[in-house]
Design a protein around this ligand. Structure first.
Ligand code: ADP
Ligand code: MG
Length: 683
């Protein structure tokens, strides 16, 4: 990109600090941003018709201009209505202008009797058509009529007129400086417009097809360069050093031998992939995506052990304190007799305990530490070789970014599947492995939607199951205040006095101390307390295979991914499992979610349903995946183009080699576009 195009927007005539601020609100800081500001739509004045052929909507109409009449509006004293007509060979069209009174006399109209073209919105009222506030132009000097007029996104202090004039100014002065950087080899097969032409036609298209092609080229650029940046990040990572692990040794062999079950094919494949990644001298960045209950923990345990066997330290990072304890215990079980040290690092440790863990880590001895997000605050352990992040979707990009510069291997695990459409973008430069299949003997959970009036019946059923020796979760919507915590306790009391009388009920929510949450969970695990009333603190990861009943109260208030996670808690049971969604939903979306839960049980199918119900923006935003910030492109509309851009880049790299791409015009363009975007919004 020619550096002149990066000039700040106030380089343009007519842009002072106030307008610059308004432009910044629509994402325009540099001249380049204005040149590539996509119109939201176009007003179609491309076809000039005669008055008899005018249609409601918008249009350009040619005719002879009649006399003007001015009259005040009865209900709006400050407004003057100016009326005229356009006459053609076969009919007439009324023209109306609504003008501020004190301004009306400055408005100049062409002389009565001349032939003009009027462009503007046409409305039907009282059985006749009227064009409102049209622009009048004389034949031979048309600027609006005969064109598609861009309509830009506006912000306070900007009008279409101002923006259009600024765009014109920018095009006239800067368009000649736009340089093509995409090689013919990339452009030709996709019939992409040259860059300069695309920018001009984005703002001054002759017809909608031109506008579409212009946008296509610019969206392609954005996606192509975005893919380039992923490749560049990958190349940079591969240039980084990380400790390469040796091949699996006797410790790994003993671990596999003593597993209490035989691995699924999916687990075996995932371990093989990790073995390959970990023996490379540059950092692994892999995402292991496996549905709820697919058995990710044992895969993680294997990877952690491999690091320890190679004399390194390894960390398992989990989203909650309760999960931290659970995974510590699970690892200790899986490592029984192997002499692998497992430590825990959470907020509930006291100062001395913390110092103890820190000292052991600092000593550099090979071990595994299970930690919450506090891991990020720890002094970096000197021999850290691997970090596994469990339930990655709970951390989002922030933890990933915190670990980004590290020369350590990283394995991210998630049960939240991303719909195919978004998978292309969501994970940035992570390599993705899907953990296929579930351990044997799992059956689908019988999922039912229970209207609130049937709750009594439901709890009679729950009671019967519990009396038959089963265990049940009852989940309540999140708690973030003391009042809500009390409301939960109160609801539990109602159950304890009524339908569940005489049955011990444990209560777990986020406002209880971790110790108490853990001991209640343990009592539930052991069966001492057969009913656990909880908030979504048990949503992820909690593993109590004996539980077979899941009741979700207020189920319409949970998202689909959450409901699927919750149901996953009872999908591990050997006896038939039930999930009851108690809700009387008020919105179609909530009904859609409940129906999806009733009819689907595969996580990917649920993710696709979620995408349909909510749209990608919300889905990505909430989950905090690395949703890219594109200016022009958006999903799912541009999914096809995203694939094309990806393929085009891959085949070009194949043709000329990565070095040439990185060091050539494409790499320079990507760098130039990114420059000036840094510090965005920070003044
Ligand atoms: P998730 O993928 O949801 O984290 P977990 O790792 O917690 O799943 O495993 C779910 C349950 O399945 C655990 O109780 C675990 O012991 C069990 N499990 C894992 N792998 C197997 C297997 N290959 N065969 C039988 N049970 C398994
Ligand atoms: Mg898990």
């Amino acid at each position: 990109m020619n550096p002149a195009l990066r000039a700040p927007i106030d380089t343009l005539k007519g842009v002072g600090p106030v307008r610059a601020a308004a432009l910044e609100r629509v994402g325009v800081r540099r001249v380049w941003d204005l040149l590539t500001l996509p119109p939201r739509r176009y007003l179609d004045y491309s076809r000039v018709v005669e008055p008899a052929d005018a249609q409601p909507g918008e249009g350009a109409v040619r005719g002879r201009l009649g006399a003007f009449q001015r009259r005040p509006l009865a209900d709006r004293p400050r407004v003057l209505l100016v009326e005229s007509v356009l006459t053609g060979p076969r009919g007439r069209l009324t023209l109306h202008w609504f003008l501020p009174r004190n301004h009306a006399r400055y408005v100049r109209f062409p002389p009565v009797g001349t032939t003009v073209v009027a462009s503007g919105p046409v409305r039907a009222a009282n059985g006749r058509l009227t064009m409102v506030n049209p622009v009048l132009e004389e034949e031979g000097r048309l600027q609006v009529a005969g064109r598609l007029l861009p309509v830009y996104p506006l912000s306070q202090g900007l009008s279409q007129g101002v923006l259009r004039r600024l765009v014109d100014q920018a095009l006239d002065a800067y368009l000649p400086l736009v340089e093509e950087y995409l090689p013919e080899a990339v452009r030709a097969p996709l019939a992409l417009l040259p860059l300069e032409q695309a920018i001009e036609r984005l703002h001054r298209p002759e017809n909608l097809e031109e506008a579409t092609q212009a946008r296509r080229r610019l969206v392609f650029d954005e996606l192509f360069l975005w893919n380039w940046s992923l490749e560049a990040a990958r190349a940079a990572r591969q240039a980084q050093a990380a400790p390469a692990l040796g091949p699996p040794g006797p410790l790994a062999a003993r671990f596999l031998e003593q597993l209490p079950f035989s691995l699924t094919d999916g687990q075996r494949e995932a371990m093989a992939v990790l073995d390959e990644d970990l023996t490379r001298p540059f950092p692994m960045r892999r995402l292991l995506q496996g549905d709820v209950g697919s058995g990710k923990t044992v895969v993680a345990a294997y990877a952690l052990l491999r690091a320890v066997e190679s004399g390194l330290q390894a960390a398992l990072v989990v989203p909650t304190g309760v999960l931290c304890r659970q995974q510590e215990v699970r690892l200790q079980e899986l490592y029984r007799g192997l002499g692998v040290r497992v430590l825990r690092y959470t907020g509930s440790l006291n100062e001395a305990e913390r110092a103890q863990v820190e000292a052991e880590l600092a000593s550099g001895q090979p071990l595994v530490v299970v930690a919450t997000h506090l891991f990020a605050n720890l002094p970096r352990p000197p021999r850290l070789g691997l970090v596994v992040v469990d339930e990655e979707q709970r951390f989002g990009v922030r933890l990933r970014q915190a670990l980004a510069g590290e020369g350590v291997h990283q394995l991210h695990m998630t049960a939240t599947p991303v719909p195919r459409t978004l998978a292309l973008t969501a994970y940035g430069d992570l390599d993705v492995t899907v953990l296929r299949g579930l351990p044997p003997g799992r059956h689908p959970v019988d999922t039912r939607w229970i209207p609130e009036r049937k709750r009594d019946e439901l709890y009679r059923f729950v009671r019967a199951r519990v009396e038959a020796g089963e265990r049940a979760f009852i989940i309540f919507p999140a708690i973030d205040s003391e009042t809500q915590a009390q409301a939960l306790v109160e609801q539990v009391r109602v159950l304890a006095r009524g339908p569940l009388a005489g049955i011990p009920i444990g209560v777990v929510h986020g406002r209880l101390p971790e110790e108490e949450r853990w001991s209640t969970l343990e009592a539930f695990r052991s069966g001492e307390v057969p009913v656990l009333a909880a908030t979504t603190v048990v949503e992820v990861g909690v593993d109590v295979p004996e539980a077979s009943v899941m009741v979700v109260e207020g189920a319409d208030r949970f998202g689909l991914a959450q409901l699927h996670q919750l149901r996953g808690r009872v999908a591990r049971s050997r006896s038939p499992a039930f999930c009851f969604l108690v809700a009387t939903p008020r919105t179609p979306q909530a009904r859609g979610r409940l129906n999806a839960m009733r009819t689907l049980d595969d996580g990917f199918a649920i993710a696709e349903a979620d995408l349909r119900l909510r749209g990608p923006g919300e889905l990505l935003g909430e989950a905090q995946w690395g949703a890219p910030e594109w200016r022009l492109a958006s999903l799912p509309e541009d999914e096809g183009l995203l694939r094309e851009a990806r393929q085009a880049l891959e085949s070009y790299i194949e043709q000329v080699g990565w070095e040439t791409v990185e060091g050539g015009p494409i790499g320079r363009e990507a760098a130039a576009r990114a420059e000036g975007e840094e510090g965005w919004g920070c003044g």
